[in-house]
Design a protein around this ligand. Sequence first.
Ligand code: AMP
Ligand code: ZN
Length: 491
Amino acid sequence: MTSSNSPIQLYNTMSKSKQVFTPLDEKNVRMYVCGPTVYDHAHIGNARPAIVFDVLFRLLRHVYGENHVTYLRNITDVDDKINARAARDFPNLSLNEAIKKLTKTTEQQYQSDMSELGCLEPSGQPRATDHIAEMVTMIEELIAKGHAYEAEGHVLFAVKSYKQDDEVKYGRLARRSLDDMIAGARVEVAPYKRDPMDFVLWKPSDAGLPGWDSPWSKGRPGWHIECSAMSKKYLGEVFDIHGGGIDLSFPHHENELAQSCCANGTEEMAQIWMHNGFLQINGEKMSKSEGNFFTVDELLHTEKFGGQQWPGDVLRVAMLMKSYREPIDFSLGKLEEATKILARWKKSMADLGLSFTEETREEYAGFGPCSKMVAALSNDMNMAGVLAELHRHSKGDRLHNARRLFGSLKLLGVVTFDSMRAWEKIQNTDTTNIDTAPIEMAITSRLTALTEKNWAEADKIRDELAAEGIKLIDGKDPETGARTTTWEVVK
Ligand code: AMP
Ligand code: ZN
């Protein structure tokens, strides 16, 4: 460890307790988090694990060094939901072309959404379709060791084969017995299954559906095997932290655990299993299937929620106001509160004497976080403690407090030097003396780009203006229906 005295403690879903985190290898701390299935825009609930584990990634880099942490987040680009959506959205393309187009654009959108929410790029983002061979190899190993069997072109994992001293170990993460799991789960009944809980490792593809050659059928992998195969390839058979939303703890993580331990002959897959709580809306989990969702893109770039756009840093703060294991209720009030808190932090940095200019860039890069804030973060990411420290510094009366506040907010990924620089420029803008001609010209170019469906160019222009503190408001002429754009200075 380099710069923190308090050890990191994390709540482990497996042991149902908080435990001191000791990496298997301090020089390479390894974390795997289950990532998106790329068939549709990410909703703000999907952003929660991305933000929570990004904060943990940043803390681990702070403690063990930037080059000593490997964070893998996979991209699920083979899935029946993808097949169905691709066929629906691109009926004129061949299914393969449609799938390529859908997964590529959805993945790009995901990356840009997460970056706007202040998330660092993980060390690696492997795609499932690039690792079919590794999955086939692992399935072959499972069959050879008697943990999986072939039936009618399918391969199934035999859950009861995962045992030790005659005791079935399947269910150890969920802490449920097989009987309880069968009663509680929506298990797919199929004549070829030896046990109702046995799950698919490989399934045949009908003509027209994506399929790869394998010893069993031209087919495609089940979902769970991709994480076992890719985490093994990049992080090894046993690694430090495995994360995801609480809905993934069963069956997805239970199945990953069984596959990996059985294929590799290991006791464990990860030292610590971590799960974030749900983001809820009116007390219900936000989800695509319930239709009660707002996409990250909608929140950032449209006025659909609460009649205004919500900047990425506000969304991030709203997400960090509660500890990651608790549910969060997503509401207008929460976003308004986050807006106020963030504005107060930024203002107090300025009031206490920080000024973000080219001359100060290098000096400010050296400002580290408050050690009490790091201690709170190290305590299973105790956000109440983190917020208390941030507030303490924002209410301080010395330059020292401003430096610590900046260092702390930087570690949390809430601000960067450049975001503070842009904010400071806006604060200093005298709106009465703005030269409107270049703004009007940019708006005209953007309207042309929009007419030509050149979304990338239109976004670029909007973002450039935003960096100057000019916010665009799109509308429609009530009579002609033509697109109109007005602008205002954001204070
Ligand atoms: P999915 O694309 O549905 O597999 O979800 C991607 C990630 O988002 C997983 O880690 C899920 O557990 C997580 N997730 C989905 N919905 C929510 C929600 N409402 N709140 C928090 N996490 C969620
Ligand atoms: Zn997974």
